[in-house]
Ligand binder design. Structure first.
Ligand SMILES: [Ca+2]
Length: 256
């Protein structure tokens, strides 16, 4: 019996250690959501940016303004939204002078994010080299001024396709996207759209862990009761005593 108790306690301790030792955001415990939380229609918004192209009066050009990267409008073939060609910076990125923007989500809520998708396509053809190329993604869970943690860097393809980048789930209140280069143009850097997706807890792993702990605790309680009340580990499995009081009475020995 003592050996069984020791085994039970060891199992509870082992499961508890797993709870403590498991990283808070283990990637395999999450699925990527289907909602683009950066989309303006979902509450996404740009809180700061390096530049966008201006007209002769110093006003943003609607078709090329920064908010076009979160408007959900894409250019594909002959499908070209009249009011949204993508984002065009005012100048090309230069060494030490990247072009960038910072976005936040609905109500400035911190999100657990795990996927970013870029659509480099703008109204300008890829052949003129303005589409975004090398990028960095940084996140802050505090302020739009940082501190920043780098979660991803990479290079986009100069192709008219949306490109997806996954990373371990990370808390993000503000996301700073930095572009350090385009494809060779000395004029601007351009991006069609950015999408951000959350990591969603599947619940399966946690539910299974809770179930295991509940079962082990139940076994420990059974063991305690069996010792305390000198009863079998599973008293509920013992057939109930007969309710025939007459026969019971006749089998009792007479009082001494
Ligand atoms: Ca767009």
């Amino acid at each position: 019996m003592l050996k069984r108790c020791a085994v039970l306690i060891a199992q509870v301790v082992a499961v508890s250690v797993v709870v403590v030792a498991t990283p808070a955001w283990a990637a395999d415990e999450f699925a990527v959501g289907a909602t683009n939380v950066a989309l303006a229609a979902n509450g996404g918004h740009i809180v700061a940016f390096s530049s966008h192209v201006l007209d002769e009066n110093g006003k943003p050009i609607t078709q090329w303004q920064i908010n076009n990267v979160i408007d959900g409008k894409h250019i594909r073939g002959s499908d070209r939204p009249r009011d949204s060609y993508g984002w065009s910076s005012a100048v090309a990125p230069a060494p030490g002078k990247p072009q960038w923007f910072i976005l936040a989500f609905k109500d400035e809520r911190t999100r657990l994010v795990a996927r970013v998708r870029f659509d480099p396509v703008t109204d300008d053809p890829l052949e003129i080299g303005r589409w975004a190329r090398d990028f960095e993604i940084h996140v802050s869970s505090t302020t739009q001024d940082g501190p920043w943690a780098t979660v991803q860097s990479g290079r986009l393809l100069n192709k008219p396709i949306t490109q997806s980048f996954d990373f371990p789930p990370v808390e993000c209140r503000y996301m700073k996207v930095i572009f350090t280069s385009n494809w060779f143009s000395d004029q601007f850097i351009e991006l069609g759209e950015i999408e951000v997706y959350e990591a969603l807890a599947t619940g399966d792993a946690l539910d299974q862990l809770i179930l295991r702990l509940e079962n082990l605790l139940q076994d420990l309680k059974r063991y305690r009761d069996s010792v305390k009340y000198n009863q079998p580990l599973h008293p509920e499995l013992i057939p109930p005593a007969t309710t025939d009081t007459t026969s019971t009475t006749t089998t009792q020995p007479p009082p001494q």
